[in-house]
Design a protein around this ligand. Structure first.
Ligand code: FAD
Length: 459
């Protein structure tokens, strides 16, 4: 190529693609954290038409965080406030819409809501004293259920050993059972990309600042693999950093450090010894499968309560049973290292005793020695004082809600089942206050999770 032809080529190229320095793109929304909450918020914001970047400090294979794992209890009934029932039911609907979008946008693979939910009876074991409160909630919350309230009924209806003063309730709603967080996160990330938005893994956010000149947020990231730092700009932010929320927001909304208290919880995984499993009758195996998941609060003490579920089936198609205690919590010395902390002997013993006691209640021929510990790890609950999570705008300097910055935090034992609703709310709040035309429970839920609670005196 002669010099003049080369120059003509350069000029033509510049006219086509532009040679001036490229101004940095300002994204509509940056979501910090790609766990269940951030992924859900990212999807809903992208679905509302925003250009979204989700920043996640872990690699694409999620290995530590409150959303780690393959099973969480998803249930419609809740003895307490009706918002918990709503959060689950709305999440099921939102998941169905997500699946429909994925199937329409690229019919290369058939997605199904059963990739996410396993429908199985949810079993609740509790003291008989909860009966009236339970019945009232069952009427309000339109749950399909049955119940045994004394030892005779327990034997007749389910062939189990129900102790005196203990009742058992079984919930049979479609899509009540367990939810798979790993599968849901994968679907959400696929859908976010299909909307033209992006997930950036290995990107840890180290600072978030408001740039008053451009009226945008500057988000500083460090690449966990290359150590390269970068500043991204966005008009709006959703913070969904789980237990790291307090540290992350220390400059922009320092009060979250007081509002959210991360605590360690442990999980243990048991299999039934192969030789024992081989001797179980078909009826026994059916019973094992249909009496998980379970929430057992019959001990009457917080210490004795546990939740347990089949996390997955091993290569022999034998169930791996996970158990944990909602109140088995301890303080955390180092959040970055807590995930590697192994169990104490007492914790393993508690898990084993609780599982074995439940096998006795079910009248199954499975004793302590028949249960083999196959795994266990530490996890984190991010807790608020009231144990109700927060999905809220931060405060402006004048104390008003700032709808350009939404925080999802304080998620604990009921986060997963409502994740698709929490994310919907976060994306909705980016548009401004929730209008009164929204359905009543949506408004009540938004209010319960909302802004007034970020004033510490109200917690
Ligand atoms: C043991 C246990 C049992 C549970 N059981 C149930 C149940 O049965 N039913 C139910 O409904 N719920 C249950 N939950 C609750 C539910 O799993 C959680 O509420 C939910 O997973 C929380 O999701 P999250 O996105 O808020 O947090 P996380 O999954 O922790 O996500 C936060 C993400 O942010 C990333 N991050 C943090 N800081 C940064 C940063 N600076 N830059 C970039 N990325 C960052 C983290 O890597 C992480 O991926 C349980 C939780 C636990 C721990």
């Amino acid at each position: 190529m002669t010099r003049s032809v080369f120059l003509q080529f350069i000029i033509a190229s510049c006219m086509l693609v532009g040679c001036a320095p490229q101004a940095q793109k300002t994204h509509d929304v940056i979501v910090i954290g790609g766990g269940l909450m951030g992924s859900s918020a990212g999807w809903h914001a992208a679905n509302n038409g925003a250009s979204v970047i989700v920043l996640e400090m872990q690699d694409s294979v999620y290995h530590q965080g409150s959303s780690f794992g393959e099973a969480r209890i998803a249930r419609s009934n809740n003895r307490g406030n009706d918002i918990w029932s709503y959060l689950h039911n709305r999440s099921v609907k939102e998941t169905q819409l997500l699946v429909e979008y994925l199937n329409q946008s690229a019919p290369d693979r058939a997605y199904s809501i059963t990739d996410i939910y396993t429908t199985a009876p949810v079993t609740y074991v509790g003291r008989s004293t909860i009966y009236d409160q339970l019945l009232a909630s069952l009427i309000r919350q339109k749950v399909n259920y049955d119940m045994a309230v004394n030892p005779q009924e327990g034997k007749r209806k389910y062939n189990i050993n129900l102790p005196d003063s203990v009742l058992i309730q079984r919930e049979y709603n479609l899509h009540s059972g367990t939810l798979n967080p790993k599968a849901l996160i994968q679907l959400l990330h696929t859908a976010i990309r299909r909307k033209g938005s992006a997930i950036r893994y290995n990107n840890k956010v180290t600072a978030v600042q408001y740039d008053t000149l451009s009226n945008t947020y500057d988000v500083t990231t460090i690449n966990q693999k290359t150590n390269e730092t970068n500043i991204l700009k966005a008009h709006q932010i959703v913070s969904a950093a789980g237990p790291y929320t307090g540290t992350l927001l220390q400059d922009i909304a320092p009060y979250f450090d007081q509002l959210i208290d991360p605590q360690r919880v442990f999980l243990a995984f048991f299999k039934i010894q192969d030789s024992t499993y081989a001797n179980l009758t078909d009826q026994d195996i059916k019973k094992v499968k249909s009496f998980y998941p379970v929430i057992n609060s019959a001990q009457g003490t917080r210490d004795g309560s546990f939740f347990s579920m089949i996390e997955y089936y091993d290569q022999n198609n034998h169930p791996i049973i996970k158990i944990g205690g909602h109140f088995q919590r301890s303080t955390i010395d180092d959040l970055d290292k807590v995930w590697e902390k192994s169990h104490s002997k007492e914790e393993i013993q508690w898990s084993l005793n609780s599982t074995s006691n439940y096998m006795d209640l079910l009248d199954l021929p499975i004793k302590k020695n028949d249960l083999q510990l196959v795994d266990g790890y530490s996890c984190v609950y991010s807790l608020t004082q009231s144990e109700v999570p927060l999905v809220t705008p931060i405060k402006t300097n004048t104390g008003e809600p700032n709808h350009d910055f939404i925080v999802m935090g304080g998620m604990s034992g009921v986060g997963a089942k409502g994740a698709m609703t929490y994310g919907h709310l976060a994306a909705r709040l980016l548009k401004g206050p929730i209008p009164t035309t929204e359905d009543t429970l949506y408004q009540i839920t938004a209010e319960s999770l909302g802004f007034h609670r970020i004033h510490p005196k109200d917690e």
